[in-house]
Design a protein around this ligand. Structure first.
Ligand code: FES
Length: 358
C-alpha cells in the first residue's frame, strides 16, 4: 500500500516537472512577481503533503482498516479496473467538490484554504498552496487510502494521475484550452469538454479577484477534476476569457508561517483574518446609502452585511454562504442602496428597514 503511494508521488512529481518546464520554456516565469514566501509556501506545502500527510493518512487507514474490518482488506482486488476507476474518480471528486465548497462557505475552513486564493499569479504549484490542516482533513485523501485498502490500488494510481493532470493543468499558466477556442471545430468540441472536466478558463474564473470583471466568480466553479458537480449544484459559470486580476480583495499579505500553520500559528497583523481574535462584524445600518453611480458601470453590492466599505463588497463575505450582487447602473446620478440587507429589491432600498420589528 505504501509502495503504491511512492509510485503515485513520483508520477505526480513528474507531471509537476513537465508543467514547470513548459512554463519556464514558454517564458511564463520571466516576469513573475512571486516572492520567496510564495515559492516556499507552495513547494513546502507540496513536499509535506507528499512526504508526510498522504503516507500518514494511508498508514492510518491501513491500521484502522486491519483493526476494524480486516476481512475487507483487498476485498475488491478481483473487481474489474474499469468499474473501480470511475467509482474511485466520481466519489473522490464529489468529496472534493463538497470540501472545497465548505472551505468557501465556512469561516474556519476558509482560513485553511485562504492561502490558495492569496496567489496573485497562477502557476503549476498553486494547486498545492493551502494550510497543512486543510490536507489532513481533506476527505478525498482518506478516500484514496480506503480505496487502496479495499484493493483498488491500480484504479487509485491511474485515477489520481488523470486527476492531477486536470488540476495542475487548470492552475498552470500554460492555458492549454485557450488556442482551442479560436478554431471553430475545436471550439465546439470544447463546449463538450468543458462540461465534463475543469478547464483552465473555468478554474481561472474561480481565482479571479472579483465578479466585477464580468468573467470571475470566486464563489463558484468549485469543481476540481469534473465540472459536472458545479452544473448539478448550480455553481457553474462558463467563460472562455481569463481574468487579469487574481487573488483577494484587501489582502493583508501575512507570511507563509501563519498561512501554512494556521490555527497553530496566528498572524501578528490584527487586520489579518488569521490573527488571534479576528472577527468579522456586522456593518449594516438601517438607513440606505445614497451613492453616486455612472451609467453602464458595474458595482458589487454587499449582501453579507460585513463589508467595511458599505454598501459595496470588500471581500469580507469569504467564509460565509453569502455572495455579493453584481449590478449595472442604468443612469448617471445618485441612487439609494440597501444597507440593512433586508430589501426584497436588492440592491435597492425598498424601505424594509422601516418595517416594524426590523
Ligand atoms: S463583503 Fe462581499 S458580500 Fe459582503
Amino acid at each position: 500500500m505504501i509502495g503504491n503511494t511512492n509510485t503515485l508521488e513520483l508520477l505526480v512529481l513528474l507531471i509537476l516537472i513537465i508543467f514547470g518546464l513548459t512554463e519556464i520554456f514558454a517564458g511564463r516565469l520571466k516576469n513573475t512577481k512571486r516572492t520567496f514566501s510564495d515559492w516556499l509556501q507552495e513547494a513546502g506545502s507540496f513536499a509535506v503533503l507528499m512526504v508526510a500527510i498522504k503516507p500518514l493518512i494511508f498508514l492510518a487507514v491501513l491500521g484502522l482498516g486491519n483493526l476494524i474490518v480486516p476481512d475487507w482488506h483487498n476485498r475488491f482486488s478481483q473487481t474489474s479496473f474499469w468499474i473501480l476507476l470511475p467509482v474511485f474518480l466520481l466519489v473522490d471528486d464529489v468529496f472534493q467538490y463538497g470540501y472545497h465548497r465548505l472551505a468557501h462557505e465556512h469561516d474556519f475552513f476558509w482560513k485553511l484554504h485562504r492561502p490558495h486564493h492569496q496567489a496573485e499569479e497562477m502557476g503549476f504549484f498553486v494547486s498545492y498552496r493551502n494550510a497543512g490542516l486543510y490536507y489532513v482533513l481533506m476527505p478525498n485523501i482518506w478516500w484514496t487510502g480506503i480505496m487502496t485498502f479495499l484493493g483498488g490500488g491500480l484504479a487509485v494510481t491511474v485515477g489520481l494521475i488523470l486527476k492531477q493532470l486536470v488540476i495542475i493543468g487548470s492552475h498552470s499558466t500554460v492555458k492549454w484550452d485557450k488556442p482551442l477556442y479560436a478554431i471553430p471545430v475545436l471550439s465546439s468540441m470544447m463546449t463538450v469538454v468543458e462540461r465534463i472536466i475543469v478547464t483552465p478558463a473555468f478554474h481561472y474564473a474561480h481565482h479571479g479577484k472579483s465578479k466585477r470583471d464580468g468573467i470571475s466568480d470566486p464563489n463558484g466553479n468549485y469543481g476540481n477534476m469534473f465540472s459536472i458537480w458545479d452544473q448539478l449544484f448550480n455553481t457553474a459559470v462558463f467563460t472562455r476569457k481569463f481574468p487579469t486580476e487574481l487573488g483577494l480583495v484587501n489582502d493583508p499579505k501575512e507570511n507563509w508561517l501563519a498561512a501554512y500553520f494556521y490555527p497553530l500559528v496566528k498572524s501578528g497583523n490584527p487586520e489579518s483574518e488569521l490573527s488571534a481574535g479576528y472577527k468579522k462584524v456586522s456593518t449594516t445600518v438601517n438607513e440606505p446609502a445614497s451613492v453616486e453611480v455612472k451609467n453602464g458601470e458595474k458595482y458589487l453590492w454587499c449582501r453579507c452585511g460585513k463589508s467595511k466599505n458599505q454598501p459595496f463588497c470588500d471581500g469580507s463575505h469569504h467564509g460565509t454562504k453569502h455572495k455579493p450582487l453584481l449590478f449595472e447602473a442604468k443612469k448617471d446620478g445618485v441612487i439609494k442602496l440597501c444597507n440593512c440587507k433586508l430589501t426584497n429589491t436588492a440592491p435597492y432600498c425598498d424601505n424594509s428597514h422601516l418595517k416594524e420589528g426590523k
